[in-house]
Design a protein around this ligand. Structure first.
Ligand code: GDP
Ligand code: MG
Length: 178
């Protein structure tokens, strides 16, 4: 995409939400470090990471990533993390129907209480586990279409579609620039 000369430095607050165990931390680790650690520890509360992307026109985009814990006891803290977030990534596990139901809950919550211009991405993770699939691609696609979300299935394990997810987010952020 061509823009008028003059590069910018942008900061983008991004929050990940979704049930415990769906792979939020692994997705972040994949994006930020290009790694997958199957022994990764459960996130307690929330953790913070950042990743800076340099675009062709020298614009830098610094993602400030809040990776939240999915545990119920932290649910009350969620607004602290999604408040003011430009981007929310809501993750479920394609092998777990409950996690899909929970993702829908988060989408509603963000639509009600998040920024009015929030960029919402719905992510069906663990797409490498096809044999154990419980949530169809169609279920994800239809829900996303109805609610105006970006939808993608990923695998933090194989890295499938992880870059595509963040490229789409980046492009949506760029489109929102004044
Ligand atoms: P979180 O609680 O949402 O942050 O989930 P984690 O990132 O801690 O991952 C939970 C478990 O799922 C870990 O055992 C990961 O190794 C595993 N996991 C995460 N992403 C994937 C994936 O894409 N495929 C598979 N097969 N396992 C995954
Ligand atoms: Mg985690």
């Amino acid at each position: 995409k061509n823009r008028a000369a003059g590069s910018k430095n942008l900061r983008v607050k991004l929050v990940l939400l979704g049930d415990s165990g769906v792979g939020k931390s692994c997705i972040v680790l994949r994006f930020v470090r290009g790694q997958f650690d199957p022994t990764s520890k459960v996130t307690v509360g929330a953790s913070f990471l950042s990743q800076t992307i340099v675009l062709q026109d020298s614009t830098t985009v610094k993602f400030e990533i809040w990776d939240t814990a999915g545990q119920e006891r932290y649910a009350a803290l969620a607004p602290l993390y999604y408040r003011g977030a430009a981007v929310a990534v809501v993750v479920y596990d394609i092998t777990n129907s409950d996690s899909f139901a929970k993702a829908k809950y988060w989408v509603k919550e963000l639509q009600k209480h998040g920024r009015s211009d929030i960029i919402l991405a719905l992510v069906g993770n663990k797409a490498d586990l096809q044999e154990e699939r419980k949530v169809s691609v169609q279920d994800g696609t239809e829900y996303a279409e109805k609610n105006g979300l970006f939808f993608i299935e990923t695998s933090a394990k194989t890295a499938d579609n992880i870059n595509e997810l963040f490229e789409e987010i980046l492009s949506d952020c760029y489109d929102q620039l004044p």
